[in-house]
Ligand binder design. Structure first.
Ligand code: GLN
Length: 203
């Protein structure tokens, strides 16, 4: 059965997500901009980019409430980087007026690893997506500072102060990563997300 996956295409690197998703044989990925575009989707991806812009545009395009309600109703969602911020119930340092869709009982800190010059890539050896090592690209990335009881941490990395920070989390059908799997040919996060969708469909 073909899975119909939408990618929120208001701002950010939605094309990279569409290309990654379309490289799976049983997936048809398409751009989502309006409430009507959400019809018939098996899952939604919120891309990386700039969460303040995505938040503003989602309100302008009148799709914010529909996304919020769909997530609450159980639609599987994957958010990467800015997408993680959009899925957090709590943004620790929002720009004035910035809102999120919510769905994940986490507190995120925007730009937590530093500014654009502090972008970096690394391989994560142990994580919950698979048994292979995971290539992660961090660009002005957020980290997760607090997780609720129902949230599972899928990956952590050590920070400068040697404290470990959560960079991938899951709460039921909602998954988020601080990093961008979509720009480096890393398929494991998307593959895991598609399995969550298949499982949700079969129950
Ligand atoms: N710093 C950005 C924000 O706050 C996220 C960066 C990204 O998605 N690469 O939205």
């Amino acid at each position: 059965m073909v899975l119909q996956i939408g990618v929120l295409a208001l701002q950010g690197d939605f094309r990279e997500h569409i290309n990654t998703l379309n490289s799976f044989q049983d997936v048809e990925a398409r751009e989502v901009r309006t409430e009507g575009d959400l019809q018939g989707l098996d899952g939604l991806v919120i891309p990386g980019g700039e969460s303040t812009a995505i938040s503003k545009l989602a309100t302008m395009f009148g799709i914010d409430t529909a996304i919020r309600n769909s997530i609450r109703a159980g639609m599987p969602v994957l958010g990467t980087c800015a997408g993680m911020i959009m899925l957090a119930d709590d943004i620790l340092d929002p720009k004035s007026g910035q809102t999120s869709f919510g769905g994940l009982d986490i507190s995120v800190r925007r730009n937590a690893f530093g500014r654009q010059v502090d972008s970096f890539e690394c391989d994560i050896q142990e994580h919950g997506f698979s048994s292979e090592r995971l290539h992660a690209t961090f660009i002005r990335a957020p980290w997760v500072e607090k997780v609720g009881d129902k949230v599972q941490v899928l990956a952590t990395i050590p920070t400068d102060s040697d404290q470990k920070r959560a960079v991938a989390v899951q709460q039921g059908n909602v998954i988020a990563t601080s990093f961008h799997p979509e720009i480096s040919g890393e398929m494991q996060v998307h593959s895991y997300f598609l399995n969550v969708i298949r499982q949700a469909r079969s129950t």
